[in-house]
Design a protein around this ligand. Sequence first.
Ligand SMILES: O=C1N[C@]2(CO1)C[C@H](C(=O)N1CCC(COc3ccc(F)cc3Cl)CC1)C2
Length: 304
Amino acid sequence: MPEPGAAPRRSPQGVPYSDLPHIVNADGLHLFCRYWEPTGQPRALVFIAHGAGEHCGPYDEMAQRLKELSLLVFAHDHVGHGQSEGDRMNIKDFQIYIRDSLQHIDLMKSRHPDLPVFIVGHSMGGAISILTACERPGDFVGVVLIAPLVQMNPESATPFKVFMAKLLNHMLPSLTMGSIESKWLSRDKRQVEAYDADELNYHGGMRVSFGMQLMAAVERMQREIPSISWPFLLLHGDADKLCDIRGSRMMYDNSLSTDKKIKIYEGGYHALHHDLPEVAESVLKELTTWITEHIPAATSQEAQ
Ligand SMILES: O=C1N[C@]2(CO1)C[C@H](C(=O)N1CCC(COc3ccc(F)cc3Cl)CC1)C2
């Protein structure tokens, strides 16, 4: 409980967290949460991990489709994103995103101990999803990855640029590099315009220190992927300029998982779930079908 008489903690947009669904992370930061709860008995829990600079609001359509299938969907804005506290798109350790995701997942599991759990992650949220599932390999029935950040884009991360980023990180960690070029998110101009107009997205430059945390996460995934054995679905566009498709191909080829599927979208841009309408619809169908097919059949006592 807050100190008596203390000013209420407010979101970056000035809304008291007492008026918003939220959790408080291990560092005392308030994270804004969203929940999509089906009317009847839920069949599974689905955690959605959003990407860098965005927030969990744009996943509403996806979450509604999952809710219609009696799945209980939940998400939060990562530290420093959207309506959560924290320096905008800045993190001292990528592990914080994973720790917070596990905190929220554990909270929902405590409320629904008998439900299977899935994770859906996009881009940096895909990296968070992969590393979260690696920390708890037995906890998740399946992981769905939409254009996950697995490998650096070799054009933008040449050895020279990586060397310079590491050097700059020691000298000027708060120096900003370029911002996320929204034109590469989607071939649908309306989606790009919506992204650019969304004030909950971060449109500033990416700090060198944040880039370093992303690189560290990429290096950690390279080490973890050969021991991955949990089920996953990979969806990636082959015209993705923000997260190279070679990362998804490498994960598919080098993981131990026997239950894995990769679907490549010819000409698809980065945010496939917000790409051309026919692609976005296909992604929703692939994702909802894969998840429902992976919900374990009810055991005899559950069926009664
Ligand atoms: O619909 C959506 N998708 C979003 C936004 O809105 C795209 C964004 C997202 O998460 N990424 C796209 C950019 C990428 C940059 O990567 C780096 C940059 C510097 C560096 F030094 C090392 C790396 Cl790895 C990270 C992943 C989420």
